[in-house]
Design a protein around this ligand. Structure first.
Ligand code: BDR
Ligand code: CA
Length: 310
């Protein structure tokens, strides 16, 4: 029985690789893609999602655009990481097909409502669309089969010392999301920094032909810097969140209470994680089976690559 996934994302190098996994795994049915402003502006994340949909050939999966910026703050992007367009050096053909015209939050509500308990919601960008959806319809917290995010950390951040980018970009939205009536699975930096596309991984990916040459390797190496001490390749953060839904056996996750710092001068966007709680609201991923993860991801990518060059 396939896992139905609705992916809310801000492509984004690793979001694009996550989309590729969700599309390519035969055990995943991708039921929709929603976009949010984050790594780059909404118009670019949406354009990237539309272009990827046609390039990867899943034209029937609806794409809906959502929030251009955070609930209350000024937008702050990560174009310095993902390139000004969001996909690094990758340039894809213009898309012919358009977005649904429905706001991402309404698309999420409508889609989850149709088949309660069946669709796994995954968010790999700032949590603005999910927060708006929860405010418009709190019952989505019951209708989602599960809710998994890439975001946060229980040690240190990457946007600031304290905060991971997706939470830092919209802490008020993250607070609404973690305080809602569901259990959030948090795939944070402590987990995703175990998933580096290092030299050995890239060498294997390079064997996959034109899809690897045109898309996978450029996305996975855009800020690869082999001259940095201790550098072990780019982490494919968002891929881990999709992988968790289809292959939870590759992850260790523990119940925890996660609260979002929204006010701290130095700590806004921090995920305050308490593993010793009696009131858990989350499952926090701690350990990845790294070899198993790459074997899974590479097998899915190989499958899509074979179809792509057929
Ligand atoms: C997260 O931030 C974004 O830049 C990436 O796409 C990922 O979702 C990592 O902190
Ligand atoms: Ca992302």
């Amino acid at each position: 029985m396939p896992y139905s996934i609705l992916l809310d994302c801000d492509p984004g190098l690793d979001d694009a690789l996550a989309l590729l996994l969700a599309h390519g795994d035969p055990n995943i049915e991708l039921v929709g893609v929603t976009t949010v402003g984050g790594n780059v502006k909404l118009e670019n994340t949406t354009r990237n999602a539309l272009q990827l949909r046609e390039y990867l050939k899943f034209p029937d999966v609806p794409v809906s655009a959502g929030a251009a910026g955070p609930l209350v703050r000024e937008a702050r992007d990560a174009a310095h990481v993902h390139g000004s367009g969001g996909l690094g050096s990758v340039v894809l053909p213009d898309a012919q097909l358009a977005v649904t015209g429905q706001h991402a939050a309404d698309f999420i509500i409508e889609t989850l409502k149709k088949t309660p308990g069946k669709i796994h919601l995954v968010a790999t960008g700032p949590l603005t669309n999910i927060a708006i959806a929860l405010e418009r319809e709190p019952a989505i917290a019951r209708w989602a089969a599960s809710f998994t995010i890439m975001g946060g950390s229980y040690t240190r951040g990457n946007a600031t010392v304290a905060a991971e980018f997706n939470i830092w970009a919209d802490p008020e939205a993250a607070k609404i999301v973690f305080d809602a009536d569901w259990r959030v699975t948090m795939i944070g930096l402590d987990l995703t920094l175990q998933a580096h596309a290092n030299g050995a991984v890239i060498d294997r990916l390079k064997q996959l032909g034109s899809l690897a040459d045109e898309l996978i390797v450029p996305l996975a190496t855009f800020y690869f810097n082999p001259t940095m001490p201790d550098w072990d390749g780019q982490a494919v953060h968002d891929v881990c969140a999709v992988a968790y839904v289809a292959r939870p056996d590759l992850f260790l996750a523990q119940p925890a209470r996660v609260d979002i710092e929204t006010r701290g001068e130095f700590t806004a966007g921090m995920t305050v994680v308490d593993f010793d709680t009696s009131t858990p609201n989350s499952l926090v991923a701690t350990k990845l089976d790294v070899d198993g993860f790459w074997a899974y991801v590479e097998s899915v990518y190989a499958r899509v690559a074979a179809e792509h060059s057929a």
